[in-house]
Design a protein around this ligand. Structure first.
Ligand SMILES: [Zn+2]
Ligand SMILES: [Zn+2]
Length: 146
């Protein structure tokens, strides 16, 4: 987590952005959040600590970080883009009911190799598996965000 904060901060400075208190708080929120938050969620979390933060600052910081490949902009579901801080090879479970996105680390999934069809299409550099379905909370009818 501290390492992530350092990497993201360094990335911002290299992009010529001053590492202001506000931007550092955005980075801290991102580094600690593995739920793949959207910009609004990041904004709400940062606002608890920095009430003067603007949505624009959040958007621009997220854009800079994703342009530099330090976070990944993901769009698994309709609606706003979400941001993934986990830059190691991993897979996802996506709940189409509440929008939950969770990371899955599993060597068995990492080991999936391109099939002959895939190889005909080109060189594969990464494999990311996405499981879509309904999470246990939604199945239990407990949490429903939408
Ligand atoms: Zn769900
Ligand atoms: Zn992820």
């Amino acid at each position: 987590m501290e390492r992530r904060v350092e990497q993201l901060s360094l990335g911002l400075r290299r992009s010529g952005l001053r590492l202001t208190h506000q931007r550092l708080e955005i980075v801290r929120v991102l580094a600690a959040d593995e739920t793949h938050p959207d910009a609004e969620t990041v904004y709400e979390a940062v606002r608890m600590r920095v009430p003067t933060i603007s949505m624009d600052t959040v958007y621009r910081t997220l854009a800079t970080l994703s342009d530099r490949g330090l976070i990944t902009r993901v769009q698994f579901l309709p609606g706003p883009a979400r941001y993934d801080v986990n830059q190691t090879t991993h897979h996802h479970f996506v709940c189409t009911c509440c929008g939950l996105v969770r990371d899955i680390d599993d060597p068995a999934l990492d080991a999936i190799r391109p099939t002959a069809d895939v190889r005909r299409m080109g060189r594969t550099d990464a494999v990311s598996v996405q499981f879509r379905g309904v999470c246990t909370a939604c199945r239990g009818g407990k949490t429903r965000r939408t």
